[in-house]
Structures are given as structure tokens and as C-alpha cells.
Design a protein around this ligand. Structure first.
Ligand SMILES: *Cc1c(COP(=O)(O)O)cnc(C)c1O
Length: 242
């Protein structure tokens, strides 16, 4: 099993390097995030032993149990799942960035908690670029307005945008999603909003990371291609009630 994870990581790193080369980007511009939902701490540790330092979890409850087990690697942990406001307190214990801010009400509750704890946090705004009902994320039309609103919350620092592209074998349709996220990033940069930096574009997963890198991704989030198929379908994580 461990050799499989190590081999898979090499393959992924090659795919990232090739995509960077093909689009004339330095490989250090793109970071690999381990999408580690459902994956045991033992398996995550194998990947960390290979030098990966960034991981993303989807559920507060699930991570709680893994937290101590991976602590020795001192990973940078991002939250990438749908965040319910009653889980904010838990998530703040272990993550340094929330990639899934998609509504003002959530950001306001987060701000309240941060100011109570006297803490600050980095966030990305999650945009639903595929416009699928089942996906979380602010609609592309409302993204700029949400960025402006969240920028006023002083303990929250926007560092970029996140999206889940269309799950499709039609690469042109997938590419449109990533182009749209890039376009929103450009628009936000031009507005020069205080307390907003737009350096990060978190997009691309096991099946579409090349397209995402060609369109400007700075973080690709990879699970299946490293750890194998999950026992739960993605709908378990993506379709829960808002
Ligand atoms: C599960 C998940 C991923 C990784 O998906 P794979 O297809 O397994 O690589 C990326 N981003 C988010 C938000 C996820 O929930």
C-alpha cells in the first residue's frame, strides 16, 4: 500500500510538472494539496513523509480524530468542505485557511468567533463556476459583491478563490469553469479592494488538474489519484443540506 501511495505521488508530481512546462509556468507556482477526506492518518503520513506539507479536510468531525495522528508532520491544514456555522469553533482549532467561504452569513459568524478568540484567518471565496445545483459556492455573478463584503471583516483575510470544476469528460466545458474563476480573479485585482489579495487560485483535482494549471491554478487538490477510490461518493460531501 505504501509503495502505491509513493508511486501515485510521483505520477501526480510529474503531471503537475508537465502541465507547468506546457504552459510556461515555473513548477514552484503550483502547490499540491492532499484532499484527505476518508483517508487514514497512516496513509496521509506516507504522503507527508514524501514531503507534501499541505492537506485539506472536508468535515470538522472527521478531522478531529486525525489531528493528533498527523501533528508530527506539522502540516498546513486548509478546510475545503462545506462549512456549517456551528462547526466554526472546531475548524478554527486546526486549520489556517478556509477555502470554502461562500456566503456573507457564514463570514460574519466566523468574524464574530475570530474576534472573540482574538485570532485572524486566511480564506478563499468559493465560486460555483459550473452553476450546478449540487455544488456549493457563491454564483459567479455575486462573487465580486461577496468579496467586497467579506473584505470589511477585519479578522478575515481573503487570499484568493476556490472552485470545483464541472465533473465532465468534456475538457472544454471544464476549462470554461477555470477560465471563469481566473476572470473573477482579474476583476477583483483591478478593483484593488483593501484587505484582499488575489494570489491564490485553488482549482483542479485528480481528473482535471492539467487544465486547471494551464488556466492559472496555484493549488491543485488531489485525493483519488493519490489515495485511491473513496468508499463514500462525493455527494456525501457535496450535496448535504445547506
Ligand atoms: C474530494 C475533494 C477533492 C479531491 O477530489 P479527487 O477527485 O479525489 O482528486 C478536491 N476538492 C474538494 C473540495 C474535495 O471535496
Amino acid at each position: 500500500m505504501s509503495t502505491t501511495i509513493v508511486d501515485n505521488l510521483r505520477i501526480i508530481q510529474n503531471r503537475i510538472n508537465n502541465a507547468c512546462n506546457n504552459s510556461g509556468r515555473p513548477t514552484k507556482e503550483v502547490r499540491l494539496l492532499l484532499a484527505s477526506k476518508t483517508v487514514s492518518p497512516e496513509k496521509i503520513s506516507i504522503a507527508m513523509q514524501e514531503g507534501v506539507t499541505l492537506m485539506g479536510e472536508n468535515k470538522a468531525q472527521e478531522f478531529k480524530d486525525k489531528c493528533n495522528a498527523v501533528a508530527e508532520w506539522n502540516p498546513e491544514i486548509h478546510f475545503i468542505g462545506h462549512l456549517q456555522s456551528n462547526k466554526i469553533k472546531e475548524v478554527l482549532k486546526w486549520c489556517s485557511c478556509i477555502q470554502s467561504i461562500d456566503r456573507l452569513s457564514l463570514a460574519e459568524k466566523l468574524q464574530q468567533r475570530l474576534s472573540f478568540e482574538n485570532k485572524e484567518i486566511d480564506v478563499y471565496i468559493q465560486v460555483n463556476t459550473s452553476n450546478e445545483e449540487s455544488k456549493f459556492g457563491v454564483s459567479p455573478e455575486n462573487a465580486i459583491e461577496l468579496i467586497k463584503q467579506v473584505s470589511k471583516l477585519k479578522n478575515i483575510h481573503i487570499k484568493g478563490l476556490m472552485t470545483i470544476g464541472l465533473l465532465s469528460s468534456e475538457s472544454n466545458e471544464v476549462r470554461k469553469c477555470f477560465k471563469l474563476l481566473k476572470a473573477i480573479q482579474k476583476e477583483a485585482i483591478q478593483l484593488n479592494i483593501p484587505n484582499v489579495s488575489m494570489d491564490e487560485l485553488s482549482m483542479g483535482m485528480s481528473n482535471d488538474l492539467e487544465i486547471a494549471i494551464e488556466e492559472g491554478a496555484t493549488i491543485v487538490r488531489v485525493g483519488t489519484a493519490i489515495f485511491g477510490e473513496r468508499i463514500y461518493p462525493d455527494s456525501f460531501y457535496w450535496n448535504e443540506q445547506k
